[in-house]
Each structure stands twice: as C-alpha cells, then as structure tokens.
Design a protein around this ligand. Structure first.
Ligand SMILES: *Cc1c(COP(=O)(O)O)cnc(C)c1O
Length: 407
C-alpha cells in the first residue's frame, strides 16, 4: 500500500481502509468460534458503509445502538431482520426509527426498556423479539476494562432477575426469547476470554431457569482484543473453538442444532486492523527541553474518548511513511486543537520527523474517526478512502451540518 502516493493524491489527514483485511479478520474470528454460531458486528466500531458492508456480505448480523446506526446498518446492506438494537437508553426516536425500518430485535436493559419496546411494537402491530441483557454480579478474574460484575448502567443485575423474574419475561408485544451477556472489551488473552464465556454460560443457565421461558438465543458477548492505534497482529484465538464447543455441549446440548442459537459480538477484532490514519507533520518544536510534534489530526479525528481520559489512554504508534533514520526521545505528539487535552502521547521516543513528513497510525479501523470529537473546533473531517484488492473503491468525507429546517 503506497501511503505516500495516496496522501499526495488525496491529501491528509486520510483514513485508509482495506476491505481485504476485513475479510481476513472475519474469517479468523469465524474459525475461532463454535460452529454453528452467529457473529454480530458492532456498527459503532466503524459505521462506514463500505467497511461494514464487507461484514454484511460475510453473513454477520449488526449490533446497533441508536437511530443513526439503524441507517448505518441498512446503508451497509444488513437486512433489517439481521439487526439487533442494544443500549441502555433507547429513546422513543430510536425505537420509531427501528420499528419504522423493520428492526424487530432488541436487547433489553430493564423493565422500563422492555415496556417501552413493547408499546412501540404494539403500535407497529408486530412482536418484538428480545434478549434480556444480564449484568453478572461477580467479576471475571483477570479482565481489563470490565463492564460487568460491578454496578452498571448496562443490563439488569442477575440478582434482580433471579429475585423478580416476572418483570423480565414480556411486556405487551415485547417477548424475551434469549439472553445477552457482554462482559468486557479488548481482551487479548484467549484464556481470559474463555473464562469469560464460561462465566456467561453459567450465568445464562441460572437466569434462564429462573425466567422459565424457552431461550432461542444466547448472545455470549465478545471482548475479542485487538491492538488499538499501535502496531501488532490480530491475536490468534483459534484455541477457543474446541474448548467452547465442549462447554456448550455440556451446558446447552441442543446448540449444534441451533437450540439455542449461540452468538458472539465484535467490533474491534473485525474492523481494527483494516484502517490506518495518515497524517502530515505540521510543526516540530522545542519547549523546555521537550520536543513537540504537531500533526494535522488530533483527538478530533482519533481517540477522542481516550483524549478525555474516559478509557485507558492510547499511545499511538507513529510509523514514518518515509523513514530518514534517527530517533528523538521525550516527544509529545499534539494535534491542532486549542486545548492541552489534544495530545496523543507524551514522553515517547519517535523517529526523527520534520514539518511536511507523513506518519501513519496503524490499526485504527475500529474506533477511529467515529470515536473522535469531530464537532469540536470545526476542522474538516479526514477523507476516508476504501481499498479493495489494491484499488480505490470509495472516497468520502463526513460533514457536520447545522440544520435550521425546523425553525
Ligand atoms: C461496543 C460493544 C461491542 C463491541 O466491542 P468491541 O470491543 O469493539 O469488540 C459489542 N457488544 C456490545 C453490546 C457493545 O456495546
């Protein structure tokens, strides 16, 4: 991939996505998971229609969590009956958009959520097929950023469901027909992943028998790790499959026949490796003994959430597109925004860089532009270029517009 030429032709900052890599990632994940099983692609990781469409073509379902993502999933070619809407705060607008476009499947987080979905389903004259999202009461040992085992906005505590199962079976036209467990994210250790799924299965058994309804689907979540904004390969999870198949045989003997259907979710493992962000160095200068490298992208285009210190800070790798040799210690990498929060990293050793040089941040096909802070300061979005078999298949630029049409 000739990034220098692409940057010359299309300018910087430039996201470059490779559809071949998405196909490889999907095939890797497919072969690491039990057969049969369903894979949901988490559209929030990369809603670009020409990125997500590869996963739709590969047979994935879509996991979405907003009215906007209803549109993104359909634009990528996911049929409405392959879309699952999740999220702890589904607004009437989200549900109108979902039902209006034929989405009928929801992960529910509380009795209120179930009732709201049931009311919208009744109004649409359809039944909503729901998975009850369960928050485990115990953490999984060895897990990183955990979304479960602690107080959580996501799902209903297992202890709540066990104590009051009648609140969680159905409401109006919303019927619970499965469970959704999602325990963590970005786990690169296959052993920890396996223990997480084991815990999920155990919990599903408990909650399932308390609910006493037939469970057509067990969504065991995901957490498949992937290097983010730094070099490295997709972890090899092929060891998971035989071990998972064995515990499934024991816990849910009908799973091979799809009773229940077993499913998994992934955003970063599927999409992370397909993208890189190419930047130009705008300035290199010294301040009090430190070197500041100023790029034409910052937290507006990558890592906005970590720039706000909401998730573990990323330390992006800056790979020189044309290397001149030499290294500089104690560098701060800053973006163009007028806030000291706009630093990707500090105290890092970098290749020697000069204004005008190109650098590429690898593995940002997931949580790249979509997790940035595009509205802040109003810099234009980076162009997004999609390659397939080495050829450019699309070039686009996200724009934020203020719409006055309601006034
Ligand atoms: C964000 C999210 C995912 C995807 O997480 P990754 O770490 O990108 O794989 C999966 N499921 C749910 C419910 C999510 O919110």
């Amino acid at each position: 991939m000739d990034l220098a030429r692409l940057a010359r032709e299309h300018g910087t900052p430039l996201y470059v996505y490779d559809r071949d890599d998405l196909r490889r990632a999907h095939s890797d994940l497919r072969s690491a998971l039990p057969d049969p099983s369903r894979i949901y692609f988490s559209v929030k990781a990369n809603p670009h229609p020409h990125v997500a469409s590869v996963l739709a073509e590969a047979g994935c379902h879509a996991e979405i969590a907003s009215a906007g993502e209803v549109g993104a999933a359909l634009a990528a070619g996911f049929p409405a009956d392959r879309v699952l809407m999740t999220g702890p705060g589904k607004s009437p607008e989200d549900l109108r958009k979902a039902f209006g476009n034929g989405v009928r499947r929801f992960s529910v987080d509380s009795p209120t959520d179930l009732a709201r979905i049931g009311a919208h389903a009744a109004r649409a004259g359809v039944e909503a097929d729901c998975l009850l999202r369960v928050n485990a009461d115990e953490p999984v040992p060895g897990m990183g950023l955990s979304m479960t085992g602690t107080a959580s906005v996501f799902g209903a505590d297992a202890s709540w469901v066990l104590a009051r199962p009648e609140l969680f079976r159905r409401s109006g036209a919303a019927v619970v027909r499965g469970l959704h467990l999602y325990m963590g994210t970005n786990i690169e250790d296959g052993e920890v992943l396996f223990r997480q799924f084991e815990t999920s299965l155990r919990l599903a058994g408990l909650v399932g028998s308390a609910l006493g309804v037939p469970l057509a689907e067990l969504d065991l979540g995901g957490g498949f790790g992937m290097p983010y904004a730094r070099s490295g390969e997709r972890p090899d999870f092929t060891g998971l499959r035989p071990r998972l198949e064995k515990v499934l045989d024991h816990a849910v003997p009908g799973w091979q026949a799809g009773d229940p259907l077993v499913s998994f979710e992934s955003g970063r493992y599927l999409a992370g490796g397909c993208g890189r962000l190419v930047n130009r160095v705008l300035d290199v200068k010294e301040s009090k003994g430190r070197t500041f490298v100023v790029l034409d992208s910052g937290i507006n285009h990558l890592g906005g959430m970590s720039g706000l210190r909401r998730i573990p800070r990323i330390v992006p790798d800056l790979l020189p597109v044309e290397h001149r040799g030499g290294e500089v210690a104690d560098c701060t990498v800053a973006g163009p925004l007028c806030t000291p929060l706009d630093t990707w990293c500090q105290g890092v050793t970098l290749p020697e860089l000069r204004p005008g040089d190109l650098v590429a941040v690898p593995n940002v096909g997931a949580y790249g532009l979509t997790a940035g802070l595009l509205a802040f300061l109003g810099h234009p979005a980076p162009k997004e270029l999609v390659l397939d078999a080495g050829s450019v298949v699309s070039l686009s630029e996200v724009a934020i517009n203020r719409d006055f049409s309601d006034t």
